[in-house]
Design a protein around this ligand. Structure first.
Ligand SMILES: *Cc1c(COP(=O)(O)O)cnc(C)c1O
Length: 343
């Protein structure tokens, strides 16, 4: 049985969180003299809502989850870091991060002095259930799975993730930063089935809002309460809350971008496969393509000289001679193909 009380660090369980002025008085008043704010109106003189109630309501409506199952962070980076701080005793506990994947889990583990049990994904970039589970010991608190995976672009097999969710006693974090580019609902609908499931999403990719830093974490009410306890009181600025809220009213615009990016992804895939130097274009459920190409590091440098920047992943495990190429606008993609053809 999954026991959150056992998983969370003692100091976090016993912590008395900071109580902001807006926590101590909730409701409407005519005179606010409780937060040492500047009383003169600038549009920004008041502290923002520490619990982002309006934003969570809107997001909950779109994602069909209760606001109490949502945590909002300063990018996905924040919930990733908070999960370490909530569950992992520095120097004692460890986490499992199947490679190759998003680099931030490893950085966050290192910052928090938490050991990493590094195993690989399969050659198909899927998760190896047996190996993942046998790698865990009694101090393994978190398993990070990225689906669609960065940098490979594929979805992990759902039944494999579910098997890990059923067997593992710690938290399984499924990072769905690219879920909007698939025609699949992902793991949010399974929150009620798995008390140890944490799903990460973000407004940085499909929603076109990387600049405002808005990461989303879905989990049980109990897990969300733990994250709320240890976050900075006003972690989402008023500016970010406003811009996010306006964007969520325009979901059709996001869907149009997604449709176009997926179409461009198919075209780009076809064009790349025509190039003699390209050995393989991996299938992608995301807004980028992993491309195996002769002398990848050299190709990367030559593209840089021509003003086209892609990501060199050739030093990453299982990604020998691979570049990760984000799908751009039609014009940008044509320039990429033109420059690659000219090499
Ligand atoms: C881009 C990306 C994110 C987004 O991070 P933010 O901090 O929300 O911008 C999260 N996870 C993965 C795997 C990504 O590739």
């Amino acid at each position: 049985m999954f026991d959150l009380q056992k998983l969370v660090r003692k100091n976090v369980l016993n912590l008395k969180p900071y109580s902001s002025a807006r926590d101590e008085f909730q409701g409407q008043a005519s005179v606010y003299l409780d937060a040492n704010e500047n009383p003169f109106e600038t549009g920004y003189n008041r502290y923002p809502d520490p619990h982002q109630v309006e934003l969570k309501k809107k997001l909950g409506h779109i994602k069909k989850v209760n606001p109490e199952n949502i945590f909002l962070g300063n990018g996905s980076d924040e919930p990733i870091d908070l999960l370490f701080r909530a569950c992992c005793e520095p120097g004692i506990d460890n986490v499992v991060i199947p490679q190759p994947t998003y680099g931030m889990y490893t950085v966050s583990a290192n910052i928090n002095n938490v050991a990493i049990k590094t195993i690989n994904l399969t050659n198909q970039f899927d998760v190896d259930v047996e190996q993942t589970l046998t790698t865990c010991d009694t101090n393994t608190k978190l398993i990070f799975l990225c689906s669609p995976n960065n940098p490979s672009g594929n979805l992990l097999t759902q039944s494999r993730i579910e098997k890990i969710l059923s067997e593992f006693k710690g938290l399984v974090i499924v990072d769905e930063a690219y879920i909007d580019f698939t025609d699949y609902n992902g793991f949010v609908p399974l929150l009620n089935r798995y008390p140890n499931l944490v799903v990460l999403q973000t407004l940085s990719k499909a929603w076109g809002l990387a600049a405002i830093r808005l990461g989303i974490c879905f989990a049980s009410k109990e897990i969300i309460q733990v994250l709320n306890k240890i976050k900075a009181p006003y972690n989402i600025s008023l500016l970010s809350q406003k811009v996010a809220s306006e964007a969520l009213d325009k979901e059709t615009e996001k869907n149009k971008w997604v449709k176009q990016i997926i179409e461009e992804r198919s075209k780009l895939q076809v064009e790349l496969q025509k190039l003699k130097t390209v050995q393989h274009v991996y299938p992608s459920d995301a807004n980028f393509l992993l491309v195996k190409i002769s002398a990848a590091a050299k190709v990367y440098q030559k593209l840089v000289e021509r003003g086209v920047i892609v990501r060199d992943r050739s030093n990453v495990v299982l990604c020998d001679n691979c570049l990760r190429i984000t799908v751009g606008t039609p014009t940008e993609n044509q320039i990429l193909i033109r420059e690659l053809s000219a090499l």
